[in-house]
Write a protein that binds this ligand. Structure first.
Ligand code: ADP
Length: 743
């Protein structure tokens, strides 16, 4: 470390100490309150008193110390777990709306109980947003007895619940739910025709678990509610055939980041001949050009078993961050159809979009949020800039003694694979447990195959089954266990040495604890650290090592190989490359990629923020019609809501149409973002008049004498979609374009 970096480190350390001091002062006050001598009845009575005080107007900050002391005592009686000091500090940091970094296995689930309890005292509901449905159920059940002891209600939300069950779950003081479920429920609420169908209360406070995954990796994933069936009318199979006939390098090419395709002149001519359409670039052919681009993209950039799998005749997208099958996810319309056509699967219409919201905007609807994760520091700037959340690093309960070894770097894939298998087999012979994080389903299968040949039995985790996955991951610390998983499978589940058996735990600790191996470097150091963090929990021994080769996707995609001396690129060798220059280069590249991705997300936000603002205005006006307005008859209300929803849905279709082609504006020397804003503002301004006219026209024809229930809305052509469905859009496609055209 040179002088400047030592200085920076010193300033940073002092700042961290300063922040921690504030929370340790709180901790001191909490520990001075003695609750241990009260019997259960008295403790419950104290909790009741506290609730009344808050309801009579005392602020949460005023009662924090007492509330945390009571909740901590309750947890230790009901669960047998007395919160560690560091958990109490984390709890205070959570209450103050921070992003709390706590290592895996430090007990975030319990730390969240104190702020959830405190904020729930206001009676407006608290959401604990978990990583998946399984954890929502598990955590609500696990922590539930503490809240109930304290006189509060707790519930979790699961897929498949009825409206009434959801209403009850959200009416609880504390609700454990995934952001996706909460978001889909929110979207359903935004098109409810009756107040009795609404399931959410106004949002109050959310504690986001595994927050980096949600707030960064998935933040821009749009949640969608769709209804009615509308076919795009594209002949996908023909386009897929044409895409197969075009040759890479001759007819089309990639941009340098391999994120987008474009047709060459020869390719355009060939496609025009095959399609018999004349000039593809004429406006009348723009839908064909878009469909062809999608088909080429699907053919050349999206790979089976890397980007998606085919299971039971269905296309399922693999989440690039977790490496698992992402249920309920679509690519944007054209691309989805193109991949289905490529694979010869019947294309199902994704319907007409009735409403959409990104996870980031969903979270902005909560007046207060805080987050917790094992890996926040690497993305601290992004948390601050995007969400106004400060990262607070909570020290571990026991010092972390995991050893993170330098990566081993090889020239080519085969050498890397051989080295991996050799290392795993050697370590496995000692019965030390090993967890291996791979980059794709394909790679995990390939490695498992090689391990089988080397007579090393292993568990492979690459399919989506949260419950089973949790079970396998929990056993990954047992003697002799070898677990091959994709990226971050099993987030939120603790790996204990010996799988929970204390005698075995000692044996595993003697062998060195859990050994984590990464088979590639990720785009973000944060994700690498997430994998490393599976080992060395609660002061356990452990170690980690990454294996990298110069043929890895990340290195190729970002042109890093150019930075590597030519001799290494051309001369393959079986032994690892030892030059330390490689280590520095790898870290440098990772920092550049992280920065690039952050910039890209910021630019993408420029687009979604404006639509979000419009959504907010539209939603407010809709709420006014649904709840506050008594001057309208029920029939008029229905008609007005019907047209409001319809014009909003048309507006969304228009926005996505504009969005698809807006990058072309830069060819005409116009700023795509300005042009986009200009057009959608103009379109949005037309909505109220259109709604007014349509409503008046419909009402003049309608016999409104009866109640709304007596009118046959279907016959009148004014029936709201009775069948709706929800899904997520994989927006990588949009990101890819954003990167190319810099909009
Ligand atoms: P994280 O989410 O931070 O990875 P968990 O909330 O899953 O960690 O907790 C990890 C483990 O630590 C759990 O098995 C839990 O029972 C245990 N644990 C947490 N807090 C305490 C405590 N205060 N006392 C004893 N055990 C605890």
């Amino acid at each position: 470390m040179n002088f400047a970096s030592r200085l920076v480190q010193k300033v940073k350390d002092r700042f961290v100490q300063h922040k921690l001091k504030h929370f340790s002062d709180k901790l001191k006050s909490i520990s001075q309150i003695n609750m241990q001598d009260l019997n259960d009845e008295r403790l419950k009575a104290e909790a009741l008193k506290l609730k009344m005080r808050v309801q009579e107007g005392e602020s949460l900050d005023e009662v924090l110390v007492e509330a945390f002391a009571i909740a901590g005592e309750a947890a230790s009686r009901v669960l047998g777990m007395r919160p560690f000091d560091v958990q109490m500090m984390a709890a205070a940091a959570l209450h103050e709306g921070n992003m709390v970094e706590m290592h895996t296995g430090e007990g975030k689930t319990l730390a969240a109980v104190m702020p959830a309890y405190l904020n729930a005292l206001q009676g407006k509901g608290v959401h604990v947003l978990t990583f998946n449905d399984y954890l929502a159920g598990r955590d609500a059940e696990w922590m539930g007895p503490v809240y109930r002891f304290l006189g509060l209600t707790v519930a979790s939300v699961k897929e498949g619940m009825t409206i009434e069950e959801r209403q009850n779950a959200y009416a609880a003081d504390i609700t454990y739910v995934t952001a996706k479920q909460a978001g889909f429920d929110y979207l359903r609420d935004t098109i409810a025709m009756k107040t009795s169908d609404i399931v959410h209360r106004p949002f109050h406070y959310a504690i986001v678990d595994e927050a980096d995954s949600l707030l960064i990796d998935e933040a821009r994933v749009p949640l969608v509610i769709a209804g009615e069936v509308a076919s795009s009318g594209n002949d996908g199979s023909r386009m897929a055939q044409i895409a197969k006939e075009l040759a890479l390098g001759e007819d089309y090419d990639f941009d340098e980041n391999k994120r987008n395709v474009f047709l060459t002149e020869a390719g355009s001519e060939k496609a025009e001949r095959l399609l018999r359409t004349g000039n593809l670039y004429e406006a009348r052919n723009s839908h064909l050009l878009t469909a062809l681009n999608c088909a080429i993209h699907a053919e050349s950039l999206l790979k089976r078993d890397v980007d998606y799998v085919i299971r039971d005749g269905k296309l399922e997208i693999i989440d690039p961050y977790t490496g698992r099958v992402a249920q309920n996810r679509h690519w944007p319309d054209g691309l989805q159809a193109a991949v289905e056509a490529k694979e010869g699967i019947e294309t199902k219409s994704s319907g007409k979009i009735l409403g959409t919201i990104t996870l980031q905007h969903l979270l902005s609807l909560y007046p207060k949020i805080s987050g917790m994760t094992a890996t926040a520091q690497d993305s601290a700037d992004e948390f601050e800039e995007t969400y106004n959340l400060n990262v607070v690093e909570i020290p571990p309960n026991r010092p972390n003694i995991r050893i993170d070894h330098d990566s081993r770097i090889y020239t080519h894939k085969e050498a890397k694979l051989n080295a991996l298998v050799k290392e795993i087999a050697e370590v496995h012979a000692t019965r030390r447990p090993i967890l291996i994080g791979t980059s794709s389903v394909e790679e995990s299968d390939q490695l498992a195959e090689e391990l089988k040949k080397a007579k090393v039995p292993c568990h492979v985790l690459n399919a989506k089954n949260d419950e089973k996955e949790a079970e396998i991951i929990a056993k990954a610390g047992e003697l002799g266990a070898v677990t091959v998983s994709t990226n971050m499978a099993g987030r939120g589940v603790d790996i204990r040495l010996g799988g929970g058996d204390p005698r075995q735990a000692d044996q595993v600790a003697e062998l060195g604890g859990l050994y984590v191996i990464g088979t590639h470097m990720n785009e973000s150091a944060r994700i690498d650290n997430q994998l490393r963090g599976r080992s060395g929990r609660q002061g356990d021994p452990g170690s980690s090592r990454f294996y990298v080769c110069l043929e890895d996707e990340l290195i190729n995609r970002f042109g890093i190989e150019k930075a590597i001396p030519a001799a290494y690129r051309t001369n393959k060798q079986d032994e690892e490359l030892s030059a330390s220059v490689f280590h520095k280069k790898m870290e440098h590249i990772q920092r550049i990629v992280m920065g690039q991705n952050f910039e890209m997300r910021k630019t993408l936000n420029k687009y979604s923020d404006m639509v979000e603002e419009q959504r907010r205005i539209h939603h407010e006006q809709r709420e006014a019609v649904l709840w506050n307005d008594d001057t309208m008859s029920a029939a008029e209300k229905h008609v007005r809501l019907y047209y409001m929803d319809r014009s909003w849905s048309d507006h969304l279709a228009y926005v996505s149409y504009i969005r698809e082609g807006i990058h072309l504006e830069s060819l005409a020397n116009r700023n795509p973002a300005d042009e986009f804003h200009h057009r959608i503002i103009h379109a949005f301004e037309q909505l109220p008049d259109k709604i007014e006219q349509d409503t008046a026209k419909a009402l003049s024809k309608l016999n409104t004498a009866g109640t709304a229930d007596e009118i046959d809305w279907e016959k009148e052509g004014l029936k709201a979609p009775s069948r709706t469905w929800t899904y997520l859009i994989q927006d990588q496609f949009v990101e890819k374009k954003a990167n190319i055209f810099n909009f």
